[in-house]
Structures are given as C-alpha cells and as structure tokens.
Design a protein around this ligand. Structure first.
Ligand SMILES: Nc1ncnc2c1ncn2[C@@H]1O[C@H](COP(=O)(O)OP(=O)(O)OP(=O)(O)O)[C@@H](O)[C@H]1O
Length: 546
C-alpha cells in the first residue's frame, strides 16, 4: 500500500515537472541519454505553460506540489550562490497558501497532546483558525485566568507527508548526483536536501520553538524596542504551542502603520538595532524574519516597538563568528579589501597558502561596484553574500550559521528600507561593531574576561578557606621535606669532599711509600703502605656514603 502511494506521488511529481516544462531547463549537454529516451517515452505529458518565464514555471510547479516543496523553494530562494537571480527572485515569491484543516481535528490534537478536555483547559476555544500555514495552524482561545492566547497546532498527518516527500526528494537528489556528477560537486543536491530535512523536522517539534521564544523574550525583557509574547510552557507539547495573543500592525501594512502615526524612520532604525543586539550582545537571533512574523505595537507609535513571533528558526553565533563579522564589516567600511583578505588568511578561514593579492583582487572586483553607491543604498546582506561566494572560491567553508545570518540581514534590510527608504543601515550598525571590537581588546576585554569567569569563582568561593588551609599545610609539608633533602644533600656533599681529600692523601702516601721502598727504607715504606690502605678505606667509605 505504502509503495503504491509512493509510486502515485512519484507520478504526480513527474507529471508536474513535465507539464511545467522543467525538464527543458536542463542544459542539453547535461541531458544524459537514458533521461532523454525516458522523456521521449512519456510523450503525452507536454509543457502546457511555454509562454511563462522559467522562474515562474518553477514557482508554480513547486506550489502545486504542496508544502514540502513550497518550503524547499523558499529555502532555495535564499541560496543565491546556487541559483541564477531570476529564479531566486521568483522563488522568493512562493507563498504557502494551504487550505486550513478542520478545527475539530485541531481540538482533538490538543486534547490528545495535553491529556485533557478543551473545556477543562481553556475558557473559550475558537474552532475557526486564525491562520493556517503548511506545518501548523493557529487557533485563538482564552485561559482560565482570562488571558487571551493563541494555540499553534501541528497539522495531523504532516509528519507522514514530510517523511514521504523528503525521501522522494532524497532519491531524486541522489539520481541527479549520479547522472551529472561534475555539476553536482558544486550544487551538492544530496547535502542540500539533507539540510532541508533537518530544518523541517526541527520545525515539527514545537517544544523547540517554545524554548527559543522563552530565550528571546528573556533577552529582551523590559526592552522598548522588541516585545516577544509570553509562552505558557505547562500547556506546551511537541504538537501544541500556547502563547499570549498579540495585537499588532503587520509590518507589511505600511498604510496602517502611517495611519497610526508611527515614526517610520525610528521604527526602521530600531529594526536594525534589534537585529544587531541579537547578533552581538546575545549571539542568538531570530532567523525567520519574514513579514508574516513581524508586527508593530499599536501603542506609543512615536516610540515604536517591534513584536516578533514564530521563533521556529533561530541562529546562534560563537565568538569567532562575531569576530569574523565585526572585523570584516569594519574593514569594508574603510574599503580596505587588503585587510579583508589578510584577515581571512591570518585567521585560517581560507587555507594558509592562499595568495593574498589574488584574494584581495577578487574581493575588490565584486565589492567595489557595490561601494560606489551611497551608503544608504548599500545592502550589507548582499555585501556579505558576495564575500561568502568569493571566499568559497578560495576554499573557505562558510559556516551555516553565518549563511543564516546573512539571509536574515537581507530580510532586515528589506523590511527596513520598505519602511524608510533612506535608511542608513551602516550608521545604526557601526556603533555595535565598534563597541564589540572594543570589548575584545584592552582593559574592557580584561574586565569582560573577569566577568565571564565570575560564575566559576563564585562557585569556588565557599571552598576557598579549606583550599587555602590545604595548600598552606601542603606547603609546610613540602618545606619540611625540602629542608630534609637539603640537609641530606649538605651531608653528602661534605662527606664527598672529605672522601675525595682522603683518596688524594692516600695517593700521595702511596707515592711516598713507593719512593721509600726505592730508597730501601723498607720498614718506613711498609708503614706508609699500611697508612695508605687505612686512608683509602676511610676515603672510600666517605665517597660511597649516601
Ligand atoms: N501570538 C500571536 N498572536 C496573534 N497572532 C498570532 C500569534 N502567533 C501567530 N499568530 C498568527 O498566526 C500566523 C501564523 O503563525 P506562525 O508564523 O507562528 O505559524 P507558522 O506555521 O510558523 O507559519 P509560517 O510557516 O508561515 O511562518 C501569524 O502570521 C499570525 O497572523
């Protein structure tokens, strides 16, 4: 039965590919003969949309294949290093317009997951969904405390669909890798699908999203710039997420924002500020900043506050990542491409034998045209993208968390400029980078290191008196041992000296006795030899004494 379902799905995928003429997009030199013959065999499936551009055909095909393919296209749209711009731009328009599922099923899912009846959990529950996306659906409800909430429920059956579709995608990727190996070494289709599989399964576990949202909320506790709705962990489960309901203006609704009297310039600047705070202060950033996930509070529009939801995808950075970003951005700002190239080599980001001049020239070629524009028009997301693409050519393995950050930066810039087209991103970002750099060197770095190690010392402090006593006792013991050793050594040294003296004395006596023997003073000579023997024995005993 499962095999039959898989075959039918495979047929549907094939049919979609052919009716949108996607097979025609493969360059002729890459079309291997078995594939060409197979295509000829399926003569009844023809391209029915020849008038549409290739980007549009790919987008429509993915949309008709459902959520797994739509999300895949959305992910690919940000890989501009892999795709030509026209296709990437069209894929960015992909929308998961998915029909909602029956609210009664959502109710059942919640009750099964939380082991209780909806009525005993909540005061009110709306079976008509507030929103419906590919993986989950959102319902409104009210807690017994009166708090208005939303409940995100994973689509029933979605795990099976994802497992089946991703496994088919895997097979297709492996086939492509085998049929066109030289092309695949750059595109790495199997790895791309594998990365996607992980992302999808991460999104399926709402406890991850809950934990991320709690962390982000804690990081911005009391902030005037960003509000993150409260999560109610006791109502959360892998399939169910319960959080405070927010009322905000969707960021894409410029008219409503203006009608509310929002300070658009400040709002745009605060967007950049929130992003860089997450990156450089917290090393933890919301990485799914598409407009459906960002709202603006209705309150105090002259002091505008962002509201962020959907923490399903977040990025984390380590100190090296931040150093990479800060140092490179600052070098870009000074248009010091030599420094950028040197930084890459010195830090081991590119292999040590990279020719700095060549790398510098490659960076200059892609970035100089961008920096010809006024700063307010420069996209730092694109600058970073171009740098990554160039660095990849010089064998730098770009870290996935940096790619995620670069994509998020593109979103942030896009949203910011939509709100306030003259937004000077750099003016807002530069103080963050400089501040961070300063904290890494000089006295601030020392203070930071002490502060960072403070928990360690705080933990050890109660044990300190005992440790001090122990080490003093140990020191005393060591001192005594040392003293004993020294005395031993002195004694040994002294007896060695005496022994050597006696041995030399004995040798002189021996010489004297031999001379006396030569002079036929036999009795004196024998006495001398006797004394020699005694002196040598004494000397020997001293020298060999320990
Ligand atoms: N706390 C909330 N308060 C009010 N509305 C909310 C809240 N959370 C989600 N929503 C609404 O539900 C929609 C979908 O929510 P969310 O983005 O979390 O789901 P999703 O399944 O991850 O969707 P997508 O995959 O499109 O990001 C939001 O665009 C918003 O309109």
């Amino acid at each position: 039965m499962r095999k039959l379902r898989e075959l039918l799905r495979l047929y549907k995928i094939g049919k979609t590919i052919f009716t949108y003429g996607l097979d025609e997009l493969i360059p002729a030199r890459l079309q291997v003969w078995p594939a060409r013959w197979a295509r000829k065999g399926i003569f009844w499936l023809k391209n029915q949309h020849p008038e549409l551009s290739r980007g549009k055909r790919i987008r429509l095909a993915l949309e008709s294949l459902g959520p797994v393919f739509i999300k895949f296209g959305q992910m690919l749209s940000t890989r501009r290093d892999l795709l030509p711009p026209d296709i990437a731009e069209e894929l960015a328009l992909l929308q998961d317009r998915v029909p909602s599922f029956d609210g009664r099923l959502a109710r059942k899912q919640i009750e099964t997951s939380l082991h209780a009846k909806i009525e005993t959990l909540f005061d009110q529950f709306d079976e008509v969904p507030l929103a419906s996306a590919s993986i989950a659906q959102v319902h409104t409800a009210r807690l017994k405390t009166g708090q208005e909430i939303v409940i995100k429920v994973i689509r029933p059956d979605i795990e099976r669909v994802i497992t089946a579709d991703v496994s088919l995608m895997h097979s297709m990727a492996s086939l492509i890798a085998r049929l066109v190996p030289e092309r695949s070494s750059r595109l790495r289709p199997v790895e791309v699908v594998e990365e996607y599989r992980k992302t999808l399964f991460d999104e399926l576990n709402l406890l991850r999203e809950a934990a991320n949202a709690i962390q982000l909320r804690r990081n911005f506790e009391g902030s005037r710039t960003l509000y993150v709705p409260e999560i109610y962990p006791s109502y959360c489960h892998e399939n169910v997420l319960v959080m405070e309901r927010i009322y905000g203006i969707p960021v894409s609704d410029i008219e409503a924002l203006e009608a509310n009297g929002t300070d658009m310039k400040l709002l745009a600047e605060r967007g950049v500020e929130v992003f860089f705070t997450q990156v450089f202060r917290d090393s933890f950033f919301h990485a799914d900043m598409h407009p459906g996930n960002i709202f603006v509070s209705y309150e105090h529009p002259q002091d505008p506050q962002w509201i962020g939801i959907d923490c399903g995808i977040v990025g984390t950075l380590n100190r090296d990542d931040k150093r990479y970003l800060a140092e490179n951005f600052l070098a870009f700002f000074n248009r010091d491409y030599r420094k950028v190239a040197e930084l890459h080599v010195e830090s081991g980001w590119v292999p040590a034998d990279t020719k700095v001049e060549e790398f510098e020239s490659a960076i200059r070629t892609v970035l100089e045209p961008i920096f010809e524009k006024p700063l307010s028009e420069i996209s730092f997301g694109h600058v970073l993208l171009n740098l990554f693409n160039t660095a990849r050519r010089f064998n730098m393995a770009v870290q996935p968390q940096l790619v995620l950050l670069q994509k998020t930066l593109l979103y942030v810039e896009g949203v910011g400029r939509q709100l306030y087209p003259q937004l000077d991103l750099w003016k807002t970002a530069k103080p963050f980078l400089e501040d961070w750099m300063q904290q890494q060197v000089g006295y601030k770095a020392v203070i930071n290191a002490v502060r960072e190690n403070a928990p360690f010392w705080a933990e050890k402090l109660p044990d300190l008196p005992e440790l001090v006593y122990d080490s003093l006792r140990q020191a005393k013991l060591h001192n005594r041992q040392l003293q004993r050793l020294y005395e031993q050594y002195s004694r040994h040294h002294k007896s060695q000296g005496q022994g050597n003296f006696l041995l030399v004395m004995g040798a002189s006596l021996l010489l004297g006795s031999v001379l006396l023997l030569g002079m036929e003073e036999t009795s004196w000579a024998v006495t001398g030899l006797g004394i020699t023997l005694v002196v040598w024995l004494l000397g020997w005993s001293r020298v060999s004494a320990r």
